[in-house]
Design a protein around this ligand. Structure first.
Ligand code: NAD
Ligand code: UPG
Length: 428
């Protein structure tokens, strides 16, 4: 029986802790936020993720999953898995303060696990530094293993059990084997390498997916200029198996807690190392521009936005999550407010407690968000929006009945028949 400590009950930490407890490991999850722990021990998850609540409750009932604020409770455990946050600073640099605090605590409490597994996304090269600074001590026999996490919000449990690959970076085969043995019941190729290369896999994967999105958005922008439609273009391009059909959806660009911060983080690291990563810089710039483009489209149809009433459907960075971190919707709302528009918004799940005070009217449903609006922006493609009674929505609105489909998820022709002025992204 392996006993595992997971540090950080955020998104990744909680998924890891619950899934490992389900695999019959004894797991203690250390979280610094006592309010979070108070909720978790009652079986309540502080965010939305399909299927996670049930796993949490099962873990608590089996008594294989425990929570604590106290690092001393990790003493004597074989595996310590770090899943604390690595957010972005204003200049793009990764804020590593949570990681350093954990390393100091490991030293302070003299924990000496057999293996320290780094699940947090950290800049390539950091692991080797941490080893030298915190673990290079003849008495400490802790092996360091980088094990980047690739799960997506909204599909986290599925991604945990059916990953495309498990990446392990480390120097000691025994330590790598120990970490590999945590993923029992998971059938996926295990790719082993050195620590820095494993750290690079995570950044390269996110940067590549972000590149695909910005690339298709640029093709979409060109489609508008030549009179083509990005939807069939992307579909046919993606049918080439060498390209693949995923992450080719044009729209308002990528948001969330990972792509924006990880692309900025990799760009910062490149600059620090003396390399100008022009391709990545362009990916980031295109992504920022997509939001501005959306606002320009509104201006093109409405003229000045001052005093115009604009409804926004969707606040989360994508459907099936309540996460609003770096959401394109919120960035667009800021622009609209700056232009003097009156903004109403609705989202079926957004965690609005995380919203800093914003000067817009949060509505209880899509229909009230649309009421009296000159324009509606579909910012997140929640199924409930696709299936709205759009005829009824149109009646609630006022001229010019503009709909800006920021996710190209509505049927343009149907919308026109209903009397909307339809504007998509990368379409005529
Ligand atoms: N969110 C995702 O979908 C995702 C997916 C893959 C990888 N990642 C990476 O995983 C890491 C964690 O991401 P997240 O979204 O779960 O972060 P998060 O910010 O949601 O959660 C981090 C948690 O760690 C806790 N914490 C911080 N310092 C602590 C300490 N010293 N002791 C105990 N608890 C502490 C925080 O209170 C918080 O609850 C990041 O590096 C992220 O880039 C995230
Ligand atoms: O064709 C596409 C696909 C996605 N997006 C946008 O891209 C963002 C990110 O989407 P997604 O990748 O599904 O969400 P995340 O949960 O942020 O997951 C990403 O970030 C995680 C954290 O690093 C990684 O673990 C995952 O592998 C990686 O997919 C969202 O705003 C989407 O709307 C598009 O605009 N077009």
């Amino acid at each position: 029986m392996k006993r595992i400590a997971v540090i950080g009950a955020g998104y990744v930490g909680l998924v890891a802790a619950c899934c490992l407890a389900k695999s019959k490991f004894e797991v203690i999850c250390i979280e610094r936020d006592q309010d979070k722990i108070n909720q978790l021990v009652k079986g309540i998850i502080p965010f939305y993720e399909e299927g996670l609540q049930e796993l949490l409750v099962a873990g608590l009932e089996s008594e294989r999953l425990k929570f604590s604020q106290n690092f001393a409770d990790c003493k004597g455990l074989e595996v310590l898995m770090v899943a604390v946050g690595t957010p972005s600073q204003v200049d793009g640099r990764v804020d590593l303060s949570q990681i350093y605090q954990v390393m100091r605590d490991i030293k302070h409490y003299d924990l000496r696990p057999k293996v320290l597994v780094m699940k947090s996304t950290v800049p390539p090269g950091l692991g080797e530094q941490l080893k030298k600074r915190f673990l290079a001590n003849s008495e400490c026999e802790t092996a360091y293993v980088s094990n980047p996490e690739f799960l997506r919000e909204g599909q986290a449990i599925k991604d945990w059990y059916f990953p495309d690959r498990i990446v392990l970076g480390g120097d000691f085969p025994k330590a790598l084997e120990l970490v590999e043995s945590l993923f029992i019941n998971i059938s996926a190729p295990v790719v082993k390498m050195d620590v820095t290369s494993a750290e690079m896999v995570k950044y390269a994967s996110n940067a590549f997916l972000a590149t695909k999105i910005s690339f298709i958005n640029e093709i979409g922008n060109l489609c508008e200029l030549v009179g083509a439609d990005i939807t069939p273009v992307a579909q046919a391009v993606g049918m080439d198996r060498r390209i693949g059909d995923q992450f080719l959806k044009a729209g308002l660009g990528y948001g969330g807690s990972c792509f924006p911060k990880d692309t900025r983080g990799l760009d910062f690291l490149s600059t620090l190392k003396g390399h100008t990563f022009n391709l990545l810089k362009a990916v980031i710039e295109v992504n920022t521009r997509q939001r501005i483009l959306a606002v320009r489209k509104l201006c093109n149809s409405l003229g000045s936005l001052h005093g115009k009433k604009i409804g926004v459907l969707g606040l989360t960075f994508k459907p099936d999550t309540d996460d609003i971190r770096e959401s394109p919707a919120l960035e667009i709302i800021k622009f609209l407010l700056d232009e003097g528009a009156q903004v109403t918004a609705y989202d079926p799940m957004a965690n609005i407690s995380k919203l800093n005070s914003m000067d817009f009217n949060l509505c209880l449903n899509a229909m009230s968000a649309a009421s009296g609006c000159h324009a509606l922006v579909l910012a997140t493609e929640w199924p409930e929006f696709i299936n709205l009674d759009w005829g009824a929505v149109q009646k609630e609105m006022r001229e010019p009945f503009l709909i800006l489909d920021g996710r190209n998820s509505l049927n343009a022709q149907n919308m026109s028949v209903l009397g909307f002025q339809y504007v998509g992204m990368g379409k005529l």
